[in-house]
Ligand binder design. Sequence first.
Ligand code: MIC
Ligand code: SF4
Length: 646
Amino acid sequence: MGITLTHKILESHLISGRLIEGEEIGIKIDQTLTQDATGTMTYLEFEAIGIDRVRTELSVSYIDHNILQTDFRNADDHRYLLTVAKRYGIWFSKPGNGICHQVHLERFAKPGKTLLGSDSHTPTAGGCGMLAIGAGGLDVAMAMAGEPFYLKMPKIIGIYLYKNLKPWVSARDVALYIISKLTVKGGFGKILEYFGPGIKNLTVPERATICNLGTETGATTSIFPSDEITLSWLKAQNRENDFLYLMPDPDANYDEVIEIDLSKIEPLCACPSSPDNVRKVQEEAGKPVAQVIIGSCANSSLRDLLIVAKVLEKYKIHPDVSFEINPGSLQVLENLVYLSAFKSILQGGTRLNQSGCLGCIGMGQAPPTNSISLRTFTRNFPGRSGTNPDFIYLVSPETAVASAIKGVITDPRELGDYPKIEIPEKFIINDSLLIPPLPEEKAKKIEIIRGPNIIPLPPFDPLPEILEGIFLLKVKDNITTDDIMPAGAQILPLRSNLPAISEFVYKNIDPEFFKKALEIKNKGLAVGIVGGENYGQGSSREHAALAPRYLGVRIKLAKSFARIHRSNLINFGILPLVFKNKKDYDKIKAGDHFAVYNLKESLLRGKKEIEIEIKGKEKILAISELSMREIKCILKGSRLNLACSS
Ligand code: MIC
Ligand code: SF4
């Protein structure tokens, strides 16, 4: 049997373990990326490791999330990140240059290489044949220090695409179709590898859209082969030397194959308030919309905006709709201008913003009360838009512009002939906002500048012998890291100030969480949290582990965990245990006292079953699915302590 594309890349990067499903493997990371919201913490951690210069082939620090400078804090973070980049041999992408994933695809993604990014949508680069994985900041810091990235060997799911998309149906609809089949947890422990004749008509940015949104299934990553389409993308970027032809073997052995007839896919939308709440656009048609935004790392490429521009040559935006565009990158913006596509966009009634994440992470663009907002973004988790409650639909650029024109949710096929767009063979390349690393001698002399809001990491104490405490909160299935550690323009500027951001942990679920947790911690007890399935889905933000840890959380007991959040918990010494019997979830109440005896000994002996005593109730059995490396990390109190002691 032949091997998959994923296996080919993993084999050439394998440092430890065997490529057997479920076994822990360590892989070499060629490239890293960070963005500013997770980056400040990542670089504080990198500094704590004490390495003189990054040990990757390439590392890039992007500024795209916290780009509103309403006071000194975000601006100080940008300056800190610039000086860190200069000091340690890292590329720096200035604010305004674009969203990390879009810019990385344009300027750095290389077929056959590995990329680790402190952002969950890092798999976007899979559109260019790269094995690109999202992780917590500490894992990225370790990769920059030349350490392997550890993960459980996922299952490889082959997604066989055949036939062609119908007019007005695009990559977003394919992605939504897949999310509707897999749900927000169906991709857990899996890599989605695309193949088949249907990929021939998907350009690299379209492939990137599909890989980007694979994240919303919980998949480890998604990847397309590198073929002549990849080559034409790299040529257009003046990077043909980065090309490598890379295909799965024709008889590649996938753990499972999903077949998708592209011609059967219709315009789809993810209804409020989960990316897997997918319905046909037709079923939602006619509902009035107040706001429509084209943007985010999923759908704001040149291809996407050219479609919008073409449509607006014929139509104008409805007077009741705020139609907004956040171009994916400076390159997208500049090429639009050069191709004169900009004229119809501006004359059609568009509110144009700078390149960046903006409303996708609640940095502005909050919709009005009780109104529908359509977005080409990645996530519509409740309240993420900044308005609570909100009514956010995720759609393709085609559906977005059609609805903005009609003022109601509209199936784009109503607009008649599908416009033809021409993608230039060569893009205008402008790297003026992309600062290359300094040579070593110069770099050593750079002074790192920190503002008053940048607070060094606290020490992380080891796991106590007896873990005794209170389960302070019990939450339901699919809790997101946005629920645990909300984002938005108020909270994001605190990403480099752990004591301050901790006050917002679980704020929208229990506004008193922070106070109650500190009371428990100050009594010398541990704080515990009980969760349902897929606990911690969504963002890679390690603040969703770090901040609870700061408040004394030492154990999370859930039905199952999302991959990145689980790793982040382990990295910061929080014990993630799963119920042996899921029905036991019903037996625990918030406020219950718990104790786990002989924890250290049990873990070190490799005991899988851990007994949790609940005061006044019968014992509960939990399962530790930890590897020995992970156990050591938890016992030490954090992966940083482990790295610094070895
Ligand atoms: C997101 O889309 O949720 C983010 C903001 O990009 C996060 C990272 C963060 O919280 O800073 C992600 O996807 O990892
Ligand atoms: Fe930025 Fe949104 Fe993409 Fe996250 S999902 S990187 S916030 S554009």
